[in-house]
Every structure is written in structure tokens, then in C-alpha cells.
Design a protein around this ligand. Structure first.
Ligand code: CUA
Length: 394
């Protein structure tokens, strides 16, 4: 090919420059797009892959536009700079229909493509899956709790209906569901999870960065979100909506002894491991509660069924909350708070009716745990008595 034909006249030479510049911009956009997601957390779910691919595509377009704008700017600064001593104005440019047409149509096409693509990703990541594990999530100031239903067909290994304590069997036969609560969300690789979100007080936002899912919780209305983990491991869960002074406590933390505290997502390698290490032991505790009320109370509090750990500290359970009174030694202190009220009644009243007496120096942020089974903050009297029995030993 005779290159001289192109380089010999100015028009062909600038065409070469424009094509080269265009290629550089597109390549640069691709480079930017492929490198940036390396700072993201692990792609832990099917949804994460889709979201990241969409992100890379947007970053490619954004990166190319960034290079184009700054390239032209830099080029113009150098190429069209004033010669020494030149004080004249630039030529008066009065509009250019072709140029205006191009800069309207190209962005319109980009926005159109992005709209279709994003909508497709959204539809796909929110679509119901077969065989979903349904987990009820309750958000409240300042903790998450994850509730698992024990149904007839997923009783722990080796447990039959006949073996259950009489009361529990009755519940089953009445068609009610027995459920247990955990401060952590447990599932396994390949299992689609459908998370149902309910707030007990204000707006929160349920966020698992590793799964690339985030969904607001609205009081009085159930919201939901889905994910399918593809990689075993431990993933951080956080609240992404400023919800009060303890908002930061709605994110999982790691204790001094490397123990997980608060909300975390634990993805087990397979269903058997999930059942063996989490589901069966937790379900057993609910189906066969210990007879000793002190031990029962300890189990209830340690299970995270009630979010006390977020605000209170208690050494025997490794609680480190700071927004509410320290519970160490509450057994001896409780009887002295209000004269004429014994320790048992004082604790009972502080849980059922927390605003009745607020310990000086603290805010009245303690939720009221109701004896009404229909209430979101329902605490059965049996649970309360067991908790009191345990706290009195502290
Ligand atoms: Cu809940 Cu922030």
C-alpha cells in the first residue's frame, strides 16, 4: 500500500491521527475498566458477577469519555496556544449543526443501551429461583437477626416428630412454625437465598458487599432481595442507612480473640456442612430446651434472638455494647435501683417497660419487649423468666 498517498496531504494525515486517537481512547477505556474492580471485595455470588460486568461496561464507557475529553483538552491547550505577542481573539464560531447532531445522538444511544442492559441485570438478579432458602431478617436499632423456620420436613438429622417435647409437637400439629434466631446469616454454596426484610423501628439498609446486594428496610412494609453464593467464606454484613447513634454497630466486627461478633454472612461449602455445623445444633436447642432456667436464659441471650448484645456489655457472653448499662453484676445491683422493688421485678419491668426507669446517664433507646404474640418485639414470658434467671446469676 502506498502510504505516501495518505501522508502527502493534510486531510489524510489528520484522519490517521483521529483513528489512532480513537483507538487509544477505546483501549484506555478497556484498561481502566479491567483494572478498577480488582479493589472490590470477593465476587461471592452469581449476582456479584452480573453487577461487576455491568460496572465494568459502564466504566469502559466512562473511561473512554474521560480520555476523549481530557485528550482533546490537552491537545487544544498545546496545539492552539497563543504565539508570543499574539493578542488577537480567536475566530468567532457560530454553531455547527453536524457537530450538535453528533453530540446529541451518541449520548442518546449510550444512555439507551445502558438503560436496557441495567434493566436486564436488575430483572435477572431479582428473579425468583427454584428451591430458595427463605430467611427472615429483622433490622432494629442496632442489630440484625436472622430467623430460620424449622419445618416438619427439615427436622435435624435423627429427630422425629414423636421425639419432640410435647409443647413443641403441639405447635407443629397446630400448623404453627417453630423458628430460631441467629445473629449470623448461614447458607451454603449454590443455594439461592431469598431474604425477607422487616424493620422494627426506622429505615435501615441491608448490605452484603461481597454479594453485591443492598436493600432498604422500611417500617411497616416487607422488602426482599435475593442472592446465590458461589464461593464459601465469611462475608461482612452492614447497615447502609444512618439509623441512629449505634448505626456502626449494625456491621459485623471481629473480636480480640478473632471471634465473629454481630452480623456476618457465613457461606458453608455444602448443605451437609450447613446442617451439621449450624442448622442441627441450633434447631436442637429450640426443640429440646434445657430444663435449668439459668442455662436456658444463657442460651437465649447467646443465640442473638434478642439484640441485647448491640447496646449492653456482659463479660460472660463477650458482649461489648456501650450505648446501654453494663450488665456485669446486675444480679446484685438490680434490687437496689428502685426502693421496694426486688431484683427480679426490676429486671422484668426494665424489659417489658424500659422507659419506666432509665439508668442515669443513658438514653431511653431500649426497645419495649411485648408479651403480645402479634407484636414484632414479642418476647414470650418463658423467655423473659429464663433471661431474668440468668441475669440474676451475674
Ligand atoms: Cu441500621 Cu444504620
Amino acid at each position: 500500500m502506498d502510504l505516501g498517498k495518505f501522508t502527502s496531504n493534510g486531510r489524510s494525515s489528520s484522519l490517521v491521527w483521529i483513528v489512532a486517537g480513537g483507538l487509544a481512547i477505546i483501549l484506555g477505556g478497556l484498561v481502566l475498566a479491567s483494572f478498577t474492580p480488582s479493589i472490590f471485595p470477593t465476587e461471592g455470588s452469581v449476582q456479584a458477577q452480573q453487577v461487576d460486568t455491568l460496572f465494568r461496561f459502564m466504566l469502559f464507557i466512562g473511561g473512554a469519555i474521560f480520555l476523549l475529553v481530557n485528550g482533546v483538552l490537552l491537545f487544544s491547550i498545546i496545539r492552539f496556544r497563543a504565539k508570543p505577542g499574539d493578542m488577537s481573539d480567536g475566530p468567532p464560531i457560530q454553531g455547527n449543526t453536524t457537530l450538535e447532531f453528533v453530540w446529541t445522538v451518541i449520548p442518546a444511544i449510550i444512555v439507551f443501551v445502558l438503560t436496557i442492559y441495567s434493566f436486564q441485570v436488575w430483572t435477572s438478579i431479582t428473579a425468583p429461583q427454584e428451591n430458595e432458602q427463605v430467611v427472615n431478617v429483622t433490622g432494629q436499632r442496632f442489630a440484625w437477626s436472622f430467623n430460620y423456620d424449622i419445618t416438619d420436613d427439615n427436622l435435624p438429622e435423627g429427630v422425629t416428630l414423636e421425639q419432640l417435647p410435647e409443647q413443641t409437637r403441639e405447635v407443629y400439629t397446630n400448623g404453627d412454625v417453630v423458628s430460631f434466631s441467629s445473629p449470623q446469616l448461614h447458607t451454603w454454596v449454590g443455594q439461592p437465598v431469598h431474604v425477607l426484610l422487616n424493620s422494627q423501628d426506622v429505615n435501615h439498609s441491608f448490605w452484603i458487599p461481597g454479594m453485591r446486594i443492598k436493600q432498604d428496610l422500611l417500617p411497616g412494609r416487607q422488602t426482599d432481595i435475593r442472592f446465590t453464593p458461589i464461593e464459601e467464606g465469611v462475608y461482612r454484613i452492614a447497615c447502609a442507612e444512618l439509623c441512629g447513634s449505634g448505626h456502626g454497630a449494625m456491621a459485623g466486627t471481629v473480636g480480640d480473640d478473632d471471634s465473629l461478633q454481630g452480623a456476618w454472612l457465613i457461606v458453608h461449602p455444602d448443605e451437609q456442612t450447613f446442617l451439621r455445623e449450624f442448622y442441627n445444633p441450633e434447631a436442637q436447642k429450640v426443640l429440646f430446651p434445657p430444663e435449668d432456667p439459668v442455662e436456658l436464659g444463657r442460651q437465649i441471650l447467646a443465640s442473638g434472638k434478642y439484640p441485647c448484645a448491640t447496646c449492653h456489655s456482659l463479660s460472660s457472653l463477650n458482649w461489648t455494647g456501650a450505648q446501654a448499662p453494663n450488665l456485669d453484676g446486675i444480679g446484685t445491683r438490680a434490687g437496689t435501683r428502685i426502693s421496694g422493688t426486688n431484683a427480679h421485678d426490676y429486671i422484668h419491668d426494665s424489659i417489658r417497660n424500659p422507659t419506666h426507669f432509665v439508668v442515669p446517664g443513658f438514653q431511653p433507646i431500649m426497645p419495649q419487649f411485648s408479651d403480645d404474640p402479634g407484636a414484632l418485639t414479642y418476647m414470650p414470658e418463658e423467655d423473659l423468666e429464663a433471661i431474668i434467671a440468668f441475669l440474676l446469676t451475674q
